[in-house]
Design a protein around this ligand. Structure first.
Ligand SMILES: *Cc1c(COP(=O)(O)O)cnc(C)c1O
Length: 428
């Protein structure tokens, strides 16, 4: 796909210009594949694909297929369904692996995100007297903080002592990567694990996962990432970056519906070694002998080893509907459009801002971002957010003062961004 807007494109804040960008957008037809909530008879301007992605129009059919097969076959659907439930999760593996830059054997869809983080930490956070610390980002998503704190406590360590939180410097919003590397170096003798969000949910800052993994390994630590805001948003290369493990949800950029099944990645280098402790269930047992119902656990040699239970077919059906679209488009094309979209969104916000006493501040770093911009609206945060909602724009609000807008390449248009600007101008 040719670039929609190059780095030297002169943007204009006009409907004609936005429509011209849309006309150059090779992905614009994908918008038609999604269901938009309505406001006064029109599609809302949906900026919350980073929270709950929109529903593909095909999701219903994918789920209906399984409902039909359940009605037709009952328990025999495990074998006789069009997509046999016994191996249903395997239908997602290859495509999801492509989305996160993993090998299929390193990838599994199972459980929920926080559950997966815990299961993976059971295996990959193995503290010793000498090495017991976890390095994370300050103000990580609350569920991640609770997961890390409870893991530390579970192993009998103190949170204050064992959790190293790298924070933005005084007066700054995002974390300087050099401060992460300094903290790794400083704790290199006691660091067991680095566990960071690939994209910070609050600021939209993207971390250099490759460099952090390298630095972590050099210090003798295991490195894992929470990819909730990265999967389906950025080009990831988990295998090549040598990341040890990762987990992500599928309901944000991956449009699989509320609470849908999550993903997990374990690097190939850990798959042969079955000596690592883990919590096991029958779906992690070798497929060939699973149904002999023997009491000895024979671990699978793939990431499926970490599966506990048989697959939640309905949420996996919803996930398939969406990742089939991702597979058709490919992350390269998505990321390319995403860059143009977010640049235009930034331009619109800055243009309106300059007309309105600069009361808005974009805190997402320009050089390290995906498709989300986090905006601090000094003095009028929550009121502005509520007014946007009343006017058919759906961003989201994160305490204490941030409005997040994700311009999602699968279904947001440049015209959306122009219209958002007009609403914003009217409200400020
Ligand atoms: C969305 C999100 C979660 C949500 O966790 P669930 O287990 O899916 O409820 C966790 N961590 C991060 C970083 C998130 O962005």
């Amino acid at each position: 796909m040719s670039q929609i807007a190059g780095s030297n494109t002169q943007f204009k804040n006009s409907l004609d210009f936005a429509r011209e960008l849309d006309s150059k957008d090779g992905l614009r037809k994908y918008r038609e594949r999604f269901l938009f909530p309505q406001h006064n008879g029109h599609d809302v301007i949906y900026f919350t694909g980073n929270s709950l992605g929109l529903q593909p129009k095909t999701t219903k059919d994918y789920i209906q297929q399984e409902l039909n097969d359940w009605a037709t076959f009952g328990v025999e659907g495990h074998f006789l369904a069009k997509n046999p439930w016994l191996s249903y999760h395997e239908l997602l593996t290859d495509k999801m692996a492509k989305i996160v830059g993993a090998k299929p054997e390193e990838t599994v869809m199972m459980n929920q995100l926080t559950v997966n983080l815990h299961l993976l930490m059971v295996s990959f956070y193995r503290p010793t007297k000498q090495r017991y610390k976890i390095l994370c980002e300050a103000k990580a998503f609350p569920s991640d903080q609770y997961a890390l704190q409870s893991q530390v406590k579970f192993h009998g360590y103190g949170i204050k002592d064992a959790l190293i939180e790298v924070a933005p410097r005084e007066g700054e919003y995002h974390i300087r990567e050099e401060d992460i590397f300094t903290a790794i170096e400083k704790n290199k003798d006691s660091l067991a694990l680095i566990m960071i969000g690939g994209v910070n949910y609050f600021t939209g800052q993207v971390f250099d996962m490759k460099a952090i993994t390298e630095a972590g390994h050099k210090a003798g630590a295991i490195v894992g990432f929470d990819l909730a805001h990265a999967a389906g948003n950025l080009k990831l290369h988990l295998h090549d970056w040598n990341v040890d493990f990762a987990a992500w949800c599928s309901y944000k950029y991956l449009n699989s519906g509320p609470g849908s099944v999550a993903g997990a990645f374990v690097h190939e280098k850990h798959l042969k070694d079955t000596s690592r402790p883990m919590f096991a269930g029958w779906w992690g047992h070798d497929k060939k002998t699973r149904f002999l119902m023997d009491s000895t656990f024979v671990p699978m040699q793939t990431a499926e080893r970490w599966q506990l239970s048989n697959a939640p077919v309905f949420s996996m059906a919803a996930c398939r509907a969406s990742i089939d679209i991702f597979d058709e488009v490919g992350m390269d094309a998505l990321v390319e459009k995403s860059k143009s979209l977010v640049a235009y969104l930034e331009f619109i916000v800055n243009d309106i801002n300059s007309q309105k006493n600069n009361c808005l501040q974009i805190i997402t770093p320009k050089e390290n971002r995906g498709c989300q911009l986090s905006i601090v609206a000094h003095g009028q945060g929550k009121k502005l957010y509520s007014s946007l909602i009343e006017n058919g724009v759906i961003p989201d609000w994160r305490e204490p003062n941030v409005i997040r807008c994700a311009a999602v390449p699968l279904y947001n248009s440049f015209e959306d961004l122009y219209r958002f600007g007009e609403v914003l101008k009217g409200l400020l």
